[in-house]
Design a protein around this ligand. Structure first.
Ligand code: SF4
Length: 412
C-alpha cells in the first residue's frame, strides 16, 4: 500500500481484541459493516470500555439538558484507550455527565442557522454559497457537535418534496456559486443517492463549486472507495472538507483514503476544532498539520469550539486558543498553518483572529504623507514598514484593457 513508501509512518488502526474476534478482515474493511456494527448503547460500550462513573452517568441521560445521540464505528472506537477515560479520541465520542448540565453559554443553535433557513434543509447565510443538509445521520456523534438542533434526529435523507424545494431554491438564486453538502454526514449516503444529489446540483448552471463536509475519512475511512473517488471526479470540481482533530486519527486507513481522493483530483481541506483535553497544545496541532500536509491535505481552519449545548467541558478559552495560535506562528509554514477562526454566535459569521505583531503606539505619520508602522515578528525581530501615501492609489480597473466579457465577469 502507498503509505508504506512514505517518509512519515501511518500505522493501521490498533483493532481492539473484541473487534478482531468478531470481524473478518473483509468485514472490518467494509464501511457498511462499520455502520452496521456501530456501538450505540451502554451495553455496546461496556463490552469494550471500562466506563468511568462520569461516562456511565451520561448514558442515563438524567440532567438539565437532553442527552445528544451516542454512536461510534468500531474502527473509530478502536483508536481510543479502553481504560483511560481522558484519552483524547475517547473524549470525542464518549458521552460524559458534564454535557447534561447547563454551562456558561449553551445554545442549541449557536450559529443561528434556523434564522437563515429559506428552504427545507438549506442554510443561506453568505450570498454566494449555501449549505445543503442532505442527511442528519452520522456514523459517529461527536460530543462537541455544533448542529445538535438537527443532527441525529433520525430523519436521514431529505423527503422528496423537501429535496425538490431545496433544489428549486438553488436554481432560482444565480448568486449561489457554491453548494456545501453537509448534515449530518453526506458520505453516509449510498453511492447511488450521492450520485443523484451531485448530478442534480451539477445541472444548475450557476453552481461552480460543490463542497462536501464529512467526518467519514476520519471515523470510517473505508468509505473512501475507488468507486466513490471516481464519482467525485466525474462531477468535478468537488472539494472535500475533512475534520481531523488529532494526529492519532491519521491512521494508515485514513491516509489511504485521503491519498485516493487526492489522486482522483479532489482537493482536501481540513477543519479542526480546538478541544479541551483533546488537542489544546501547539505540539498536537503541529503534528496534525504537518502530517495532513504530507498527505496533500491543506490545514484550513482551526475553529474555536462553538457554544453548543453540553460542550462547556470541551471548550477552550479564547485566550488559550490565541496562545496556541501564536506558538504555531513561527514554527509552521504558511501551507501547514490553519487559520484560527471564531464563529460569532447567532449567525454573526466567521471572524479570523491572527496574532497582532504591530507596535501601534509607535505608528507615525498621516494617511496623506504615508504612515510608518513598526512591527515585531514572532521571534522578536523589530523593523519599520513605511506605507506609501493613500493619494498615490490607482485602481487597476481604470486601465482601458478589459473586454466586455471581462467587465461582465468582474461585475458578477
Ligand atoms: S460528524 Fe459533524 S455533524 Fe456529525 S456529530 Fe460530528 S460534528 Fe456533528
Amino acid at each position: 500500500m502507498l503509505y508504506r513508501r512514505m517518509r512519515l509512518k501511518f500505522q493501521p488502526a490498533p483493532k481492539a481484541i473484541y473487534f478482531e474476534q468478531n470481524a473478518t478482515p473483509a468485514e472490518w474493511g467494509s464501511w457498511h459493516w462499520q455502520l452496521r456494527r456501530s456501538l450505540k448503547s451502554r451495553a455496546d460500550f461496556e463490552r469494550v470500555f471500562d466506563l468511568a462513573s462520569e461516562e456511565s452517568a451520561a448514558f442515563s441521560g438524567s440532567g438539565e439538558l437532553q442527552a445528544f445521540q451516542i454512536r461510534t464505528t468500531p474502527y473509530y472506537a478502536s483508536l481510543a484507550s479502553t481504560t483511560e477515560p481522558l484519552d483524547p479520541i475517547r473524549l470525542i465520542f464518549m458521552p460524559r455527565k458534564e454535557e447534561l448540565s447547563l454551562g456558561v453559554q449553551d445554545q442549541l443553535d449557536p450559529l443561528g442557522e434556523k434564522k437563515n433557513n429559506p428552504a427545507p434543509r438549506l442554510i443561506h447565510r453568505y450570498p454566494d454559497r449555501v449549505l445543503f443538509l442532505v442527511t442528519d445521520f452520522c456514523s459517529v456523534y461527536c460530543r462537541y457537535c455544533t448542529r445538535k438542533h438537527f443532527t441525529g434526529g433520525e430523519q436521514a435523507f431529505a423527503r422528496e418534496d423537501d429535496y425538490t424545494k431545496a433544489l428549486q431554491y438553488i436554481s432560482a438564486h444565480p448568486e449561489i456559486r457554491e453548494v456545501i453538502l453537509s448534515g449530518g454526514d453526506p458520505l453516509t449516503l449510498s453511492d447511488d443517492v450521492l450520485a443523484k444529489v451531485l448530478t442534480d446540483i451539477r445541472r444548475i448552471d450557476h453552481v461552480e463549486i460543490i463542497r462536501i463536509g464529512s467526518r467519514m475519512p476520519v471515523v470510517n475511512p473505508m468509505r473512501i472507495t475507488l468507486e466513490l473517488a471516481a464519482l467525485l471526479r466525474s462531477v468535478k470540481p468537488v472539494y472535500m472538507m475533512t475534520h481531523f482533530n488529532h494526529p492519532r486519527e491519521l491512521t494508515a486507513e485514513a491516509a489511504e483514503g485521503l491519498e485516493r481522493l487526492v489522486d482522483h483530483g479532489v482537493p482536501i481541506f481540513n477543519q479542526m476544532v480546538l478541544l479541551n483535553g483533546v488537542n489544546n497544545d501547539p505540539r498536537i496541532v503541529q503534528a496534525l498539520s504537518r502530517r495532513l500536509l504530507y498527505l496533500r491535505v491543506k490545514p484550513y481552519y482551526m475553529f474555536q469550539c462553538d457554544p453548543s449545548q453540553g460542550t462547556d467541558h470541551l471548550r477552550t478559552s479564547i485566550d488559550e486558543s490565541l496562545e496556541i495560535q501564536r506558538a504555531l506562528w513561527g514554527t509552521l509554514s504558511g501551507l501547514a498553518m490553519p487559520t484560527y477562526s471564531v464563529d460569532i454566535p447567532d449567525g454573526g459569521g466567521k471572524t479570523t483572529l491572527v496574532p497582532d505583531f504591530e507596535l501601534r503606539d509607535q505608528r507615525t505619520g498621516t494617511v496623506e504623507s504615508g504612515i510608518t508602522r513598526v512591527y515585531r515578528g514572532w521571534d522578536g525581530v523589530q523593523a519599520e514598514y513605511k506605507s506609501p501615501p493613500l493619494e498615490r492609489r490607482r485602481t487597476p480597473l481604470d486601465a482601458e484593457v478589459y473586454s466586455d466579457e471581462w467587465a461582465t465577469l468582474l461585475r458578477r
